[in-house]
Design a protein around this ligand. Sequence first.
Ligand code: ADP
Length: 474
Amino acid sequence: MNIGKTKAKVLVEKNTGVTFNDVAGVDEAKAELKEVVQFLKEPENFQRLGAHIPKGLLLVGPPGTGKTLIARAVAGEAQVPFFSISGSEFIEMFVGVGAARVRDLFEQAKSHAPAIIFIDELDALGRARGIGPIAGGHDEREQTLNQLLSEMDGFNPAVGVIILAATNRPEILDAALLRAGRFDRQVLVDRPDKVGREQILKVHIKKIVLAAEVELAKVAALTTGFTGADLANLVNEAAIMATRRKGEAVTMDDFVSAIERIVAGLEKRNRLIDPVEKNIVAHHEMGHALVAMTVHPDQVIQKVSVIPRGIGSLGYTIQRPSEDRYLLSKTELKKRLAILLAGRAAEELIFDEVTTGASDDLVKASNIVKAMVMQYGMADEIGLLSMDQQKNTFLDQQQYQSHDDYGPEMASKVTSAMSGFLDEAFAHATEILQSNKNLLKQCAAQLLTDETFNENKMEEIKSKLKKSVTLDTH
Ligand code: ADP
């Protein structure tokens, strides 16, 4: 048996040669990782002031957005060796080998500290335990994951080793991985907006001969939804086009034909938004945002965007609560419902038509009303009876026991109570948007050209909101 020779290889690069200048369009992620570089460069200085440095950072974002590139840039900037391994390579291993490989990885890195350990596709290795064909059993992946957890617990970051991992599916990760002292910091590496795309193009056109007439801002405007990898590919394709027609330099026409080719491929892979769809998404996202700002005037919205991303919904609206809350009131839950349903309300209000884009919102809203009625005793017609769901851990964590034991009459009461909350929230969202219809239209139109609104822009919009609508709190 050739156990030693498995597919999972620890790759070592003494110096990646990559710097932050090679990574563009993801400024927020870069800013967060600069601190890591500083720590690796002068660990003593960092600890002198008692600063806490995380052991593990999780880079979260769709494929091709530059997660690996950033990780290598961190190593390059700090001039430390880069040890990398990919989670997916562990899957076909003999029992025990994966765990040994993880141990080996950590030992090597520690003996070369300061160093970076990079685990690509962490989800392949770190999906929640107990889900899968051999649930409950000690399969290979589980052992490897346990080894990773114990390695992470067992070392002191003061030795100068930082673990970076990448995933595009954070939601399936085992909760143990995200606990304090493990991957307790998450860095979002998202698809770039228009300005970001232009910056990424600037990085990649250094390798080609570009005609003077090419305006990168225009190329950026034509490539909504492209990731860094798509843009790198685009520059290369455009250069191939130019070579084929024996041109002197890569022209705008070359870019346009290359975009057409790539878009055709992308549409199959990850729905690049067409203009009509983008317009709907802009109204949908602004709908969420306007309602959120109305019901939560004290909260800040960091970002609203029409750029599609791999995780979750089409566009996205990030809301930052001003404080953590553990107890949620009925009023608060009603507000959340109104925000969730506001996307669909906006679509209906403006286009008199609804799309499938709201399905994710509807799932979330349904989960909330289910809990309100069945768990928190918030529906008057049901009263305080809790029909809390038991998790069935043997089969699948997502699967719940059925509720046949309550009888058809109760079931119909529950359903009507849930629909009642949903209808009320939807009506509330519609009312808010109705009284701000012009603002909604204006903002959506501007969002279409700008693609992303930041916190300042959102505060400016907030000041224009009509706040006459109040929520029925009973
Ligand atoms: P991920 O790890 O997120 O799947 P990669 O880091 O492997 O993505 O990206 C693949 C390639 O795409 C990179 O080597 C680089 O050429 C290009 N690329 C991706 N994102 C960026 C970016 N933000 N800036 C510059 N180039 C990028």
